[in-house]
Design a protein around this ligand. Structure first.
Ligand code: AMP
Ligand code: MG
Length: 328
C-alpha cells in the first residue's frame, strides 16, 4: 500500500467529508442557545452522520471489507427519535445529496462489531465530551490486516497546527502508512509535513499528555510517574486521539492512560487507539500497554488482554515502563 492506493485515497476523502459534517454540526449547535453541556443530541447527530458518510464511501469502493465501527442505527429508528434521524439525514445530504433516512441508517449499519482478517476500525467521533465542550475531538479511521494497523487517519478539527501557538491555524489531519511514515496535513489533505516526534532520551522538562476527563485515566498516579521521570511541566490535558498526534509532532514526549480508580477494570476499545497508534509509531514512537505488551487489535472490539496505554517518543519507552512498575 502506498499513498496513491485506493484505500488511502478513499479514506482521506471519507474522513475529510465526515470532518466537515462534524464541524458544521458543532458550529450550528453552538450557535443554538438550547445547547447545554449535558445535551448529547449534537454529538449524536455528528456521530451518526460521520459514521454514515465514512461507511458509505468505503463500502462503495470496498464492498467486501468489514468495518468495525462504534455506532448502529437502533436508537435512530425508535419512533420518538425521528427528529434526530431527520437532522442526521439533513447533514449527510450536504455531502451526499438525495440520501434518504433509510439509506443513512443502512450506511450506519454497514459497520459492525465483528472483526475479520482485514477490517477498518472507525470511531466517528472520538472524544465526545470534548466535542460538547468545544474542546478536542477526532474522527479516527484505521485499516487493520491480521492484527497489524496498516493505515491510520486522525482528523482533529479543533487542534492548532502548533499547540503552543494559538494564533496558528486550527485543524489537523494526521495520516500514517506502515513503513512509509507519519504526516500532518491540513483538513483538506494539503500542506503535508513529515512527523518525527522528539528525539530526547531524558523526558524531564518536557510535556506529557493525558485525558482531560479525570475518570478516563488515573491523573494522580500519572502525575506521580511524571514526577519520577522529572517531568516538571503540568500535563497537557486533552480529549481524543489528538494526544497521539501531539506525541508524533514532538510536543509531548509521553501519553499515559492508566485506568482510573473509579473503573479499574476498564478495557480500551480498538477504535480508540488503532489510528492513533500508527500515527505515533510511524513518527518513531512506541505504543504498548502499561506492561509493555503490544496492543491487541485482532482479538475483539475490546483489548481485553491489555492494561492501560503508554505512548512515547520511542527512546524513553523502557524508562517509562520501569517507572510505571507493572512489568518485571
Ligand atoms: P479521551 O478523550 O482520551 O479521554 O478518551 C475518550 C474515550 O474514552 C472514549 O472514546 C471512550 O471510549 C473512552 N472511555 C469511556 N470511559 C472510559 C473509562 N472509564 N476509562 C477509560 N476510557 C474510557
Ligand atoms: Mg472514542
Amino acid at each position: 500500500m502506498n499513498e496513491n492506493s485506493l484505500e488511502v485515497v478513499t479514506a482521506i476523502q471519507a474522513i475529510t467529508m465526515a470532518s466537515s459534517l462534524c464541524q458544521k454540526v458543532q458550529k450550528d449547535l453552538v450557535a443554538e442557545v438550547t445547547l447545554t453541556k449535558s445535551d448529547r443530541s449534537p454529538v449524536t447527530i455528528a456521530d451518526y452522520g460521520s459514521q454514515a458518510i465514512i461507511c458509505k464511501l468505503i463500502k462503495d469502493i470496498f464492498p467486501y471489507d468489514t468495518i468495525v465501527a462504534e455506532e448502529d442505527s437502533k436508537e435512530l429508528t425508535i419512533p420518538g427519535h425521528s427528529r434526530i434521524l431527520e437532522k442526521v439525514t439533513y447533514y449527510v445530504n450536504e455531502s451526499i445529496p438525495n440520501s434518504s433516512p433509510e439509506e443513512v441508517c443502512a450506511w450506519i449499519d454497514s459497520g459492525s462489531h465483528s472483526l475479520a482478517d482485514r477490517f477498518w476500525a472507525l470511531d466517528p467521533i472520538d472524544g465526545t465530551k470534548g466535542f460538547l465542550r468545544g474542546g478536542q475531538y477526532a474522527i479516527a479511521l484505521a485499516l487493520i490486516e491480521r492484527g497489524v494497523v496498516r493505515l491510520g487517519l486522525l482528523a482533529c478539527p479543533n487542534l492548532y497546527r502548533d499547540i503552543h501557538q494559538t494564533e496558528s491555524e486550527k485543524g489537523c489531519l494526521f495520516f500514517a502508512l506502515r513503513g512509509k511514515g507519519s504526516f500532518q496535513m491540513d483538513m483538506k489533505g494539503g500542506d503535508r509535513r513529515v512527523l518525527s516526534g522528539l528525539k530526547v532520551e531524558d523526558p524531564s522538562e518536557l510535556f506529557f499528555t493525558e485525558s482531560y476527563e479525570s475518570n478516563h485515566s488515573d491523573h494522580l498516579f500519572q502525575q506521580r510517574i511524571a514526577q519520577k521521570l522529572n517531568i516538571t511541566k503540568p500535563p497537557l490535558r486533552m480529549d481524543s486521539q489528538a494526544k497521539y498526534g501531539i506525541v508524533a509532532r514532538g510536543e509531548a514526549v509521553l501519553y499515559i492512560r492508566i485506568p482510573a480508580p473509579s473503573e479499574p477494570g476498564y478495557r480500551e476499545n480498538i477504535w480508540d487507539h488503532a489510528a492513533g497508534s500508527i500515527v505515533a509509531e510511524e513518527a518513531g514512537g512506541r505504543v504498548t500497554d502499561a506492561l509493555g505488551h503490544l496492543l491487541a487489535f485482532s482479538s475483539g472490539i475490546k483489548m481485553e488482554k491489555n492494561y492501560g496505554i503508554v505512548v512515547t517518543n520511542g527512546i524513553s519507552h523502557d524508562l517509562v515502563l520501569k517507572a510505571l512498575g507493572f512489568s518485571d
